[in-house]
Design a protein around this ligand. Structure first.
Ligand code: NAI
Ligand code: MG
Length: 489
């Protein structure tokens, strides 16, 4: 038999495949019962605490601090002192040494961090192991390389650090967002006060261990945990720069708060990305891109391809292939190495997803979910696709931030562009076609900060990331990502 014949003789489908459980061992992570605030290189005993849990089981993991305004001020003071006492005047090559050390330690301790990230956040171990950790280390390696080259990166502009950077991050990529924020800030010579999201503080707290191991001078990085009140206190404090990733609503509030104050600001906010499939695209490949675009990290991704635009002539074929592929997604234990879709990050997020999905059904869209058994405890939502969606429906307009895809159609490239741009957001987009000229034509017209062609959700520390319109402003990654942490003469 030739290869082709053999392939055709094989059964076309593979229903009923079972996977034995393959859980990653948890004992590599040793949690403390209680965590304080990491300020000036030491742990401060907090005034208030709360319990952080595993969203997959609702099991309590540790007590962590709910930092008060005074405690945030202490952290900012420690960062100010470290800035004045040497960090800002350290030669770039010296700063680079610390960043290289952090990168290497993250690589060495990658499994420990990956398990903790999945435990506290609910994402599949496959993803924290293969995406979050390697990319976080890569960001430190990348920005280590720039630390002694700032004058060449910005010739004739005499770059200098700003001072203390306040950084507020979300829960969807806790350690990776920490790396996106801390690496360029330190490379540029700033010191940092970082606030992780309230549902996922543990990897940032373990990172304090890495800072000590790397012998980073005390106070250069300070970590304060807590909810939005702690974030608001950080924004109101005497910082020189705020970097925020999170909801558009909070981003707007921060911008209002900072109006009239000499604080540099970057906002990386929500998205409602269009993933556009033309009829000449390699459809099986495109289906993989659609799945990666919306079911990766349970759809808790600001650049998720949550609006699928399919050219009308292939819509039936694409939907059939997509539904079949969705049937193979394994939903369940984030620590199982075979899991594709893990737990929803919090009860609050689960409620938001449920509410928007109910609105989709009510407004007239047709819902499809593959058969799958969800665990009884914890927060779960089955991979979902909506067809017969009108542009005006809430599921086509609002960020759901869950494993929920809305399918729309188009006939011409012009129509695809018009519909794709019909959103208050502008973070990312995907284009699937065999024609290079069409990719360029589309990329010129789509109002989105990042555009992927025949792929989706690809990240590299050398490549800038950020949005237009209500998706925010400023870029992270690449040379562009250094600029918001520098002043120029
Ligand atoms: P959020 O914007 O409230 O939280 C993000 C971070 O901001 C957290 O660290 C939080 O503690 C902090 N924060 C909250 N209120 C603050 C305030 N007034 N001042 C300063 N910091 C504050 O997002 P949330 O409530 O967790 O999620 C709501 C929706 O936001 C999600 O359903 C999703 O649509 C969107 N979102 C988008 C993200 C993105 O990556 N673009 C990340 C997280 C959420
Ligand atoms: Mg919120």
């Amino acid at each position: 038999m030739t290869d082709v014949e053999r392939r055709e003789a094989a059964p076309p489908d593979r229903p009923g495949w079972d996977y034995a459980p393959a859980p990653e061992a948890r004992d590599i992570v040793s949690l403390r019962e209680r965590y304080g605030l990491f300020v000036g290189g030491t742990w401060l005993e907090p005034h208030e605490t709360y319990t952080t849990i595993s969203p997959a089981t609702e099991e309590p993991l540790a007590e962590v601090a709910q930092a008060t305004r005074e405690e945030v001020t202490a952290a900012v003071d420690a960062a100010r002192e470290a800035f004045r006492d040497g960090w800002s005047s350290l030669p770039g090559a010296e700063r680079a040494k610390y960043l290289f050390r952090i990168a290497r330690i993250l690589q060495e301790r990658a499994r420990e961090f990956a398990v903790l990230e999945s435990l506290n956040g609910g994402k599949p171990i496959k993803e924290s192991r293969d995406v979050d950790l390697p990319l976080a280390a890569a960001h430190f390696f990348y920005y280590a390389g720039w630390a002694d080259k700032l004058e060449y990166a910005f010739p004739n502009r005499r770059p200098h650090p700003l001072g203390v950077a306040g950084q507020i991050i979300p829960w969807n990529f806790p350690l990776l967002m920490l790396a996106w924020k801390i690496a360029p800030a330190l490379a540029a010579g700033n010191t940092v006060v970082l606030k992780p999201a309230e549902t996922t503080p543990l990897s940032a707290l373990l990172f304090c261990d890495v800072l000590r191991q790397a012998e980073l001078p005390p106070g250069v990085v300070n970590i304060v945990t807590g909810d939005g009140r702690t974030g608001a206190a950080l924004v109101a404090s005497e910082v020189d720069k705020i970097a925020f990733t999170g909801s558009t609503e909070v981003g707007k509030a921060i911008r209002r708060e900072l109006a009239g104050r000499p604080v540099k600001l970057t906002l990386e906010l929500g998205g409602k990305a269009a993933n556009v499939i033309f009829d000449d695209a390699a459809l099986d490949q495109a289906v993989e891109g659609i799945v990666n675009g919306i079911y990766f990290n349970q759809g808790h991704v600001c650049c998720a391809g949550s609006r699928l635009f399919v050219q009308e002539s292939v819509v039936e074929e694409v939907i059939a292939k997509l539904k079949r592929r969705m049937g193979t997604l394994r939903v369940g234990d984030p620590l199982d190495k075979n899991t594709d879709v893990g737990a929803i990050n919090s009860r609050q997020q689960l409620e938001k997803i449920r509410e928007l999905v109910a609105s989709g059904a009510e407004e007239g869209a047709q819902i499809y979910q593959p058969p799958c058994r969800l665990p009884e405890r914890g927060y779960w939502f089955a991979p979902t696709v909506f067809t017969h969606v009108a542009q005006s429906y809430r599921i086509a307009q609002e960020e759901i931030f869950g494993p929920v895809l809305s399918v729309l159609t188009f006939r011409t490239p012009e129509e695809a562009v018009e519909k794709a741009n019909n959103t208050p957001y502008g973070l990312s987009a995907g284009i699937w076609t065999e024609k290079g000229s069409r990719i360029l034509w589309m990329a010129e017209r789509l109002r989105a900060g990042v555009i992927w062609a025949n792929t989706y959700n690809r990240f590299d520390p050398a490549s800038p990331f950020g949005g237009y319109k209500e998706s925010g402003f400023g870029r992270e990654g690449g040379l562009h990502g250094l600029e918001p942490y520098l002043g120029f003469e």
